[in-house]
Design a protein around this ligand. Structure first.
Ligand code: PLP
Length: 421
């Protein structure tokens, strides 16, 4: 029943029932974890073929001995495959080591130490701020925090970041030099950007060294029958006269092995040359044997798509279970709303304002770990105390069901407490 239309007496009775339910939950001695946006072991098993590759043939199509130093830009054939999947010409795409987050951190560090090709000087000698669509990915925000970049939250709307707000903030403050963006199946909201939003982002007035960190981490991670066509953002930005604005990122972390994948960076020729110049100081070349493994494992872009269909078979039942439990337990109460994503790794749950922290605490005391309160906002400060990121991929179906049922109890109890206060 709708909590908002209950009388105080009805709500009091409901709270008593929920308190009993919660005591039972605590007594069950659970130890469950919904914090980890990681592939489950059965997903990792899908890529076990990598463990016996590349075999004795350690040369790529051009004859390069992948065991040796060199080739800082990564294997051209692998760049072709992923370039097709994320709409970046292979000549403008770098294949690197296992973490795209490291590429994001490194590029930001280079700008702080040296300035971008379009900067007046090092960012480290100026006040630099980034726009942070929120709810967003906590590790993007941690990069800013670690490197002393001030963060400004902007609202994440159903079709992407609030571009009007972004443009207005930039117009007022030239120290805004960056924007985080997860264009496909965003973390944690599952939002895929609309074409209008993308066009506005590449066209809006901004300083010459303003950069969009286009983190297409979930480009091919669909739970539906089709995957969104990637926007050719580099082409769109060039057509808008801002060729150096986007930095495109992707990785195979949630395609093959999260700890042993391949990451990618794509941008304008000028930006790629700039990245390669500074990357060359810290590495004589990436792990090309791992890149060759991936090349042989997939063969082509369709090989990646077919592989993602197998991930989908494992993941879709988990996302459906979360949706079913949330609908069943919380639907009528109207004290929460949540996303039903068509891809990606997360479900974003919004509870009554002022109760997210309490829900997370209640869950913790019942042995269910949820992502820390506020994590989806810059500085871990959710101004509404509303958003909770759920990560359904890692637990098995039974564990996931138990955990979600427990979370629902915590949401209802916190809501009843709040409404009676
Ligand atoms: N970007 C987003 C949006 C993510 O959600 C994640 C992992 O959860 C990453 C990047 C991390 O990528 P990588 O493993 O390539 O560093």
């Amino acid at each position: 029943m709708n909590f908002h239309s209950m009388s105080a007496t009805e709500l009091g009775t409901t709270r008593d029932e929920l308190t009993t339910l919660y005591s039972d939950l605590q007594a069950a001695g659970l130890k469950l974890d919904l914090t980890r946006g990681k592939p489950a072991p059965d997903q990792l098993d899908l890529s076990n073929g990598l463990l016996s590759l590349p075999g004795d043939d350690y040369r790529d199509g051009a004859g390069t001995d992948c065991r040796n130093y060199g080739g800082l830009a990564g294997l051209p054939e692998l760049r072709e495959i992923f370039g097709e999947l994320i709409a970046v010409p292979a000549s403008q795409l770098i294949a690197a080591n296992n973490s795209s987050l490291q590429l994001m951190y490194d590029l930001t560090s280079y700008a702080i130490l040296h300035g971008t090709p379009d900067s007046d000087g090092p960012w480290g000698q100026q006040k630099v701020k980034f726009l942070c669509p929120a709810p967003g990915y906590d590790r993007h925000f941690s990069v800013c925090e670690a490197l002393g970049i001030e963060m400004i939250a902007v609202e994440m709307l159903p079709n992407g970041p609030d571009v009007d707000a972004c443009a207005a903030l930039i117009a007022e403050d030239p120290s805004i030099k960056g924007l985080w963006a997860v264009p496909t199946y965003s973390n944690p909201t599952g939002v895929t950007f609309s074409e209008d939003v993308v066009k506005a982002l590449v066209e809006m007035d901004a300083p010459a060294d303003f950069r969009i960190y286009w983190d297409n981490a979930y480009a091919v991670h669909t739970l539906a029958d089709t995957t969104p066509t990637p926007y050719p953002i580099l082409e769109m930005a060039a057509a808008a006269g801002n060729p150096n604005r986007p930095y495109v990122f992707a990785s195979t972390s949630k395609i093959t092995f999260a700890g042993s994948g391949v990451s990618f960076f794509g941008s304008s020729d000028a930006n790629v040359a700039w990245q390669q110049k500074y990357a060359a100081f810290s590495s004589i070349g990436p792990d090309k044997v791992n890149q060759l493994r991936h090349l042989k494992f997939f063969g082509d872009a369709d090989g990646v798509r077919a592989h993602m269909a197998r991930h989908r078979e494992l993941l879709a039942p988990k996302f459906k279970l979360v949706s079913d439990i949330l609908n069943d337990r919380l639907g009528a109460s109207k004290v929460a709303s949540w996303t039903d994503p068509e891809g990606g790794y997360f479900v974003s749950l919004d509870v009554i304002d002022g109760t997210a922290g309490r829900v997370i605490e209640l869950a913790k005391d019942a042995g269910i770990a949820l992502t820390a309160a506020g994590s989806t906002y810059p500085y871990k400060r959710d101004p509404y105390d509303r958003n909770i990121r759920l990560a359904p991929t890692f637990p098995g179906l039974d564990e996931l069901g138990t955990a979600m049922d427990g979370v629902a109890t915590c949401v209802l109890l916190a809501a009843a407490d709040k409404l009676l206060a």
